[in-house]
Ligand binder design. Structure first.
Ligand code: SF4
Length: 346
């Protein structure tokens, strides 16, 4: 457990500022930006090439960290779940995955989530609040610092943790711009993925922003009836409306879209559903990620068997669609897809 700031910290947030608006003049401002985004420093004392008097002065006005405490939980497979306690005492989570030289972090955009997906532990928690851009970014900065490398060494950032990013769009866009900013994390947009349950107005807005990040759509069912059973808020938009928005995003950005599909036994894993899914994707450059369902206590579902998943994948492949199965990481610490719910591992 690392303690970073007191919950009553009322100083201004340094991470809420664009690199060009950081305190100090040109050279000093550049030094502070480098300490935050390149070296991943989480406190003023660590910024050792700033004069001590200046550090003291700035420390009185600005906080560097958005967290009161952070607790890391390491999985046997190398992934690490970070449990962040925010300055108002609420909590959120991120998962760091260091596999095959591709350091990836899955971050949250909210405390809890309003979508209420029945197969997701976060959905059961309900909605807490939106995160600020600073809180979204700090998940990345802290994890890289804790892992002992520059935040710029992260290969992928995925907004796929707690929350629906398109329902917190202003703060999410601000955070993404900082990820792409040359004095921020300096990432290529194709290394940033935003995952949505399908909010058409948010998808159109994202296309207008011209950020060219990758879009992942959590479809989970090819027909409205099944989808509404497992995503209670899905009745607001039909699959046809969502797919129209996704096609628009693809036509504007040229970015291949990923479709996320959690495999639930007897619910969305029928042969006809694989065929129907393929029909939705005609003429669209898309990649399908089949996600074996990860169990959590009290969940109302069972996962499709490995054999069933492979059969479903084969049907899609026969239709000429690229498919991968995302075998889970971090199950033992509740860090796998759909398991995030602030519960501390046993
Ligand atoms: S799967 Fe995603 S959208 Fe659905 S409840 Fe969980 S975090 Fe929210």
């Amino acid at each position: 457990m690392e303690s970073l700031a007191s919950q009553s910290d009322s100083r201004a947030s340094l991470l809420s500022l664009e690199p060009e608006n950081l305190p100090g003049q040109g050279y000093r401002r550049g030094q502070i930006a480098a300490w935050l985004y390149d070296k991943g420093t989480t406190d003023w004392e660590g910024m050792t090439d700033l004069p001590k008097a200046l550090r003291g002065e700035l420390a009185q006005q600005y906080r560097v960290s958005e967290f009161a405490q952070v607790q890391p939980f390491e999985s046997k497979d190398g992934s690490v779940k970070y449990l962040y306690t925010l300055l108002d005492g609420k909590q959120t989570e991120a998962v760091y995955m260091p596999y095959a030289g591709r350091k990836t972090i899955c971050i949250s955009s909210m405390v809890g989530c309003p979508a209420g997906c029945t197969f997701c532990a976060t959905g059961k928690m309900g909605f807490g609040r939106n995160l600020t851009a600073a809180e979204i970014l700090d998940q990345i900065l802290f994890a890289a610092h804790h892992q002992g490398h520059s935040p710029r060494e992260l290969r992928n950032v995925v907004l796929m943790g707690m929350g629906e990013p398109l329902l917190n769009l202003e703060q999410v866009l601000m955070a993404i711009r900082r990820m792409l900013h040359p004095q921020g994390l300096a990432m290529s947009p194709r290394r940033v993925t935003l995952s949505t349950v399908g909010i058409p107005r948010g998808i159109y807005r994202l296309a207008e922003e011209d950020l060219e990040v990758r879009l992942a759509l959590s479809l989970h069912a090819p027909d409205d009836e099944t989808r509404q059973k497992i995503i209670p808020t899905a009745h607001r938009y039909s699959i046809a409306e969502i797919m129209e928005a996704v096609r628009h995003y693809y036509s504007q950005t040229g970015r291949r879209v990923t479709l996320e599909y959690t495999m639930l036994k007897g619910i969305n894993d029928h042969e006809w559903q694989a065929k129907s899914l393929a029909q939705h994707l005609e003429g669209l450059s898309a990649h399908i990620n089949l996600i074996p369902w990860n169990p959590w206590e009290g969940a109302p579902h069972q996962g499709t068997s490995r054999e069933g998943i492979m059969k479903f994948a084969a049907i899609l492949e026969r239709q000429g669609l690229p498919v991968s199965v995302r075998w889970s990481r971090g199950r033992d610490v509740g860090a796998a897809c759909g398991q995030l719910a602030l519960k501390q591992p046993a």
